[in-house]
Design a protein around this ligand. Structure first.
Ligand code: DGY
Length: 334
């Protein structure tokens, strides 16, 4: 498609080079500008940065609210380099005529792998074990030393059973885990392999491992609160690779500290990069800095998909990864 004026696209943080090369190779793209700073932009820097551009690749650390969109009169399309879009006010995007695309599918396996890595690390106390060896505290082999939890024959509860939840189920089968799931609708693919859909409270009561895979929405904020944590077995492990605010983090710290829960593996936090007071002091948690999708291949695929989604929308073609609730079609070129 030929444009009278070439497109200008802003990228709020350095992304893998092939996504930038793709954008720069497009005949209708005139300018691709990447934030040169090695940190996310502040809200006022973000407003200023997006203002002159037609499209932008944004990250989950960028809060795209009405104020940002108001300050960007030319902006018509966003490509989120994430599957989660809770950082974008979709209603404001719709009212400002801004299309939003995201990155489903391409990060499913990497994220499911990491959820399983956290489950294993928390259950087998892997980080503690590593620290002992490094500290020169390698005791003689002993039958009662450093005991962890068995997986085979135990129950895994999936809170949310979309693409990533289902990928975790595939891994769980290999470990001989029985799977329960909580989802808005029945998943025939899961039922066919013996997983059972149950109510959330029942899942929490029965599971030995609970892994969270729901998007953050007003309905799922603090879905796992003090009452629900109290339903879990004191021997259970909680894994969160979804969004931190799905869990009441202060209540989780209290439950872990009181021994009402055996352990947790967390990649996401309520107020990243800050942690709830006391969380980092607990020995029974494995903590990661929101890196579940961080593999070379996955991050390249995410950036490329976000770039394609942003560009398609700017060309007037609805992206396959368009996020419902955002604008379609985008506003006219000003
Ligand atoms: C996402 O995509 O939403 C993850 O949190 C980062 O990969």
């Amino acid at each position: 498609m030929v444009h009278a004026r070439k497109l200008s696209i802003y990228v709020t943080r350095a992304v893998p080079e092939d996504a930038l090369a793709f954008l720069r190779s497009q005949p209708d793209v005139g300018l691709v500008t990447v934030n040169p700073l090695e940190r996310p932009l502040t809200p006022s820097e973000l407003r200023a940065a997006l203002a002159p551009h037609d499209g932008a690749l944004v990250l989950l650390t960028d809060r795209i609210d009405a104020g940002v969109l108001e300050a960007a009169p030319r902006l018509r399309a966003l490509g989120c380099v994430s599957v989660g879009t809770d950082n974008v006010d979709l209603e404001a995007a719709r009212s400002h005529g801004v299309s939003v695309a995201n990155t489903p599918d391409v990060l499913t396996d990497a994220t499911a792998d990491f959820a399983f890595a956290l489950l294993l690390a928390a259950s087998r106390r892997l980080v503690e074990a590593d620290a002992l060896v490094r500290a020169g505290k390698f005791p003689p082999w002993a039958p009662l030393f450093h005991l962890g939890l068995d997986l085979t024959g135990r129950t895994l509860g999936l809170v949310g059973a979309g693409r990533i939840g289902q990928a975790v189920e595939r891994r769980a089968r290999g470990f001989g885990l029985r799977v329960l799931y909580w989802a808005r609708s029945t998943k025939p693919g899961l039922d066919a392999v013996g997983a059972r859909r149950v109510e959330l409270d029942e899942l929490l009561r029965e599971s030995d491992f609970v892994s969270l895979h729901v998007a953050l929405t007003p309905e799922t904020r603090h879905l796992i609160d003090a009452r629900r944590l109290a339903l879990m077995k004191p021997t259970a492990v909680l894994v969160n690779t979804a969004r931190g605010a799905v869990v009441d983090e202060a209540a989780l710290v209290a439950a872990l500290r009181a021994g009402k829960l055996a352990a947790a593996g967390l990649d996401v936090f309520e107020d990243e990069p800050r942690l709830a007071p006391g969380l980092a002091e607990l020995g029974n948690v494995v903590l990661a800095p929101h890196v579940a999708s961080a593999t070379h291949g996955t991050r390249s695929a995410m950036a490329l998909l976000a770039a394609r989604g942003c560009l398609a929308a700017l060309r007037g073609e609805k992206p396959a990864t368009w996020v419902p609730g955002s604008a379609w079609p985008p506003r006219a070129v000003s």
